[in-house]
Write a protein that binds this ligand. Sequence first.
Ligand SMILES: Nc1ncnc2c1ncn2[C@@H]1O[C@H](COP(=O)(O)OP(=O)(O)OP(=O)(O)O)[C@@H](O)[C@H]1O
Length: 293
Amino acid sequence: MTVLARTVEATRRYGDVLALDRVSLDIRAGELVGLLGPNGAGKSTLINLFVGLRRPTSGVVELLGGSPSDPVRRRGIGVTPQETGLPESLRVAEIVDFVSAHFPDRVPKEELLARFGLDDLARRQVGGLSGGQRRRLAVALAFAGNPRLVFLDEPTTGLDVEARRTLWEGIRSFHAEGGTVLLTSHYLEEIEALAERVVVVAGGRVLADDTVRAVREIVGVRRVSFAAAELPELPGVVGAERHGDRVDLVTTDPDRLVVELVRSGASFSDLEIRPTTLEEAFLALTSKESAHV
Ligand SMILES: Nc1ncnc2c1ncn2[C@@H]1O[C@H](COP(=O)(O)OP(=O)(O)OP(=O)(O)O)[C@@H](O)[C@H]1O
């Protein structure tokens, strides 16, 4: 399968900060890849390398078979950065025209606006849009030039549920027609809803690169919860929370945890063991030490 974007051992430093540490990643044609990681993991830095806004300190970055700094390659991609500043006095349709004019191959304006639920807003000035409407416009603009590959940095941050679903539909329809997408998200349900492949990044390194299902299986974590006043030291706990009387433990080995809980003699009730969500899998992958309540 054709590789549309690639890093080979890419490292990026900002002074003393090691934002990316020898990251090797291929984005292949037709993929929808979710980049998942906590704040400061290096997700935006990786996107900035791919789209040519930053250069790697060492290593190689390729975009559409060439250098990300080549304008010809850049015309083949679409980008929505984490933050965008759109001119307040321009109308939505004017901004779409302005952005589209940079690309040889354009999506018809009406079609683009309809795809992202913006068709009723074409004549509205950007200054009069809500935060959610602005964000949808910023994402729609990434698709204006009929790109082969789109990079979306936290596309749905700040959107309500309905606006988020509209955006997802727009992204899905692009992908269904063969488009390739790399998106970052803090919303785990977003990655689960959209992506086939998840790349988990933390501390500038790729911790996992697999299907959503496989990432869960790799860590095989379970949520064990029960009511208890006091909690003994237990093995294999990678995350812990207390909600009133209840204790919620995320563990890699629920059987052993329950055995040890019983052995400890601690009094507990209402034991529940639930399957993992991606969030729990992520927690297990990124946590370095056991957490204690
Ligand atoms: N221009 C910069 N100058 C100095 N340090 C930077 C710069 N940009 C990013 N960093 C640092 O590099 C690391 C990675 O940041 P990056 O923005 O790539 O993470 P992220 O995963 O996108 O985080 P978030 O989810 O919070 O957006 C962080 O420690 C950040 O503080």
